[in-house]
Design a protein around this ligand. Structure first.
Ligand SMILES: Cc1cc2nc3c(=O)[nH]c(=O)nc-3n(C[C@H](O)[C@H](O)[C@H](O)COP(=O)(O)OP(=O)(O)OC[C@H]3O[C@@H](n4cnc5c(N)ncnc54)[C@H](O)[C@@H]3O)c2cc1C
Length: 276
């Protein structure tokens, strides 16, 4: 039986998400959470592997107490069990610290995995770094933004969209992939899944000490980046009415805004005109 790990992150519902401009952090405590969309796609890929080849799915999340909800949702959808990495000292972790702690937990709790699936990126921080950094920590072959995967014995074949072409890659288990939003459309939970989701025995909550992490380890091996400043971008908008014949309006418009348009489209409009 294949052993799959899916890394899931709870993200705030974006429309409810305020910034703390002073602290330079998101006020996650003020917004309700949901499972990050790309994580749902990664979970769906794992569920399809389970249906096709038979597999055990372990869902892992690192986050505050409320993040347990994403594990319950994963179990409702078909994951077998969950690990919730939860400790106040994890707060404010950057992507390096997040992947380092996930890697430690995986090495300790489920070292005999075949495949780790992550979402390609999150809707709140959107760095797309955690998957590749986790692969580095665990010394695994990895492919990011995959849209399809097949398993042939111990070989994983994945397809991904790169710019305008598709690339097929192969790697041996154990491996890691990050799943794009292209395919693996998330499913709805069935009634039997909902029952399993409320079973209290299938989620382990681990704190820092449980995975051998203490405050001084966080200080030396934890976050290496700091948010120096966060501010809301202010857009200066101006409404301008151009009147006259179409030719005059276009002429006026280009003479006023040509340089801005050229900059935005990365092309010199004047040159194009000379070519005609
Ligand atoms: C410089 C910097 C400083 C930061 N400082 C703070 C801070 O002070 N306070 C704060 O709250 N946040 C902070 N963050 C945000 C925090 O680092 C991210 O929330 C976290 O590291 C995950 O990164 P991401 O959301 O970009 O994940 P991505 O790399 O975009 O996520 C890809 C995939 O990785 C997996 N994944 C990501 N996070 C988790 C997780 N927690 N558990 C399980 N799987 C996961 C999921 O499968 C996800 O789909 C900071 C980010 C940066 C870049």
């Amino acid at each position: 039986m294949l052993k799959l790990i899916v890394c899931l992150k709870q993200v705030p519902i974006v429309t409810e998400l305020p910034w703390d401009e002073q602290a330079g952090t998101l006020r996650r405590d003020l917004a309700s959470g949901m499972m990050n969309l790309a994580c749902l796609h990664a979970l769906e890929a794992a569920l399809q592997i389970k249906e096709q080849y038979s597999a055990d799915i372990l869902a892992i999340t690192m986050g505050p107490p409320a993040a347990e909800e994403v594990l319950r949702e994963a179990i409702a959808l078909g994951a077998d069990r969950g690990i919730h990495l939860c400790d106040r000292i994890f707060a404010g972790s950057d992507t390096y610290a997040t992947s380092w702690m996930l890697a430690r937990t995986i090495k300790q709790e489920c070292p005999d995995y075949d495949l780790i699936l992550c979402g390609s990126y999150t809707s709140d921080s959107e760095t797309a770094q955690v998957g590749p950094q986790l692969a580095e920590e665990l010394d695994l072959p990895a492919a990011a933004y995959i849209e399809k995967l097949e398993i042939h014995g111990r070989t994983l074949r994945v397809r991904r969209l790169v710019d305008n072409f598709r690339e097929t890659l192969e790697m041996e288990f154990p491996a890691l992939v990050t799943v794009s939003l292209e395919n693996y459309k998330p499913r709805y939970a069935g009634l039997s899944g909902l029952e399993a989701a409320f079973d209290t025995g299938n989620i382990d909550r681990l704190n820092a000490a449980d995975v051998g992490i203490n405050k001084s380890a966080i200080e030396t091996d934890g976050s290496r980046t700091k948010v120096r400043k966060v501010f809301l971008r202010k857009a200066n908008k101006e409404n301008i009415l151009l009147t006259g014949t179409a030719a005059n309006v276009v002429g006026d418009f280009l003479s006023k805004y040509e340089s801005k348009i050229s900059w935005a489209i990365g092309k010199d409009i004047e040159e194009d005109r000379n070519d005609e």
